[in-house]
Design a protein around this ligand. Structure first.
Ligand code: PGA
Length: 254
């Protein structure tokens, strides 16, 4: 790892809609043990129903507790939604927002995601804002334009001070859960581009500091190559985050 790197690597596991509380507890306990000597920043994001269980296990360790979504309102008549106040009550540190499954399966648009980002920041959470293009958008040469739009609109109204709480996760939709990883060079090109978008919005120093994770079929076999790239500062891991044997080697890459 180059000595000049000023950003800490941040490796997060998104457990999506998997695991009962007992299964989540077993994984969390195994990860606490495995990552104890780890030198990067870590987060696990279990499903809502396992947040309390996992929170009790990772509390006081080097693993942060993440939620996979939140409602755009603080409270009220919103059947089926979970509020930032409830997440705070459970000790959640960070919220993943704008994940491609939220955008494409549940039709969340940039305006809704931005509302959630601002609400999460208002309540002191860290935010992992996911951006990324669909395969047809990439094939039409629109990858950069899509990432620019999602980044700009997702961050609309976010102050320079609040930006320090934001991590961007670049997740090309065609690489999520498909086994197709973007090559390190393809990923690096978009990461560098997103950093240039941040530079235009917030200045060079902020762009230098912001952490940009890569997500999409990250595995132990490709993690080190991806993270060797100058603008790739970590990973948001789905499938490989569901087992200690597959997540720990990614988290402890060197
Ligand atoms: P994957 O998912 O690692 O299974 O491709 C990544 C994500 O959706 O965050």
């Amino acid at each position: 790892m180059e000595v000049t790197r000023s950003r800490d690597y941040f490796i997060a596991g998104n457990w999506k809609m998997h695991k009962t509380r007992a299964e989540a507890a077993a994984l969390a306990k195994a990860l606490v043990k495995a990552l104890k000597p780890g030198k990067h920043k870590y987060l696990v994001a279990p499903t809502f129903t396992a947040l309390e269980t996992v929170g009790a296990i990772v509390k006081g360790t080097n693993i942060l507790l993440g939620a996979q979504n939140c409602a755009p309102e603080e409270q009220g008549a919103h059947t089926g939604e979970v509020s930032v106040l409830q997440l705070k009550d459970l000790g959640v540190d960070a919220i993943i927002l704008g994940h491609s499954e939220r955008r494409h399966i549940y039709k969340e648009d940039d305006t809704l995601i931005n509302k959630k980002v601002k609400l999460a920041l208002k309540h002191g959470f860290e935010v992992i804002l996911c951006v990324g293009e669909l395969l047809e958008e990439r094939e039409k040469g629109k990858a950069e334009a899509v990432c620019k739009r999602q980044t700009e609109k997702g961050l609309a109204g976010v102050t320079p001070e609040e930006l320090s709480k934001i991590t961007i996760a670049y997740e090309p939709v065609w690489a999520i859960g498909t086994g197709k990883t973007a090559t390190p060079d393809d990923a690096e090109a978009i990461h560098a581009y997103i950093r240039s978008v941040i530079a235009k919005l917030y200045g060079a120093q902020a762009a230098k500091q912001i952490v940009i994770q890569y997500g999409g079929s990250v595995k132990a076999e490709n993690a080190a190559q991806l993270m060797a790239k100058e603008d790739i500062d970590g990973a948001l891991v789905g499938g490989a985050a569901l087992k200690e044997e597959t997540f720990a080697p990614i988290a402890k890459f060197s």
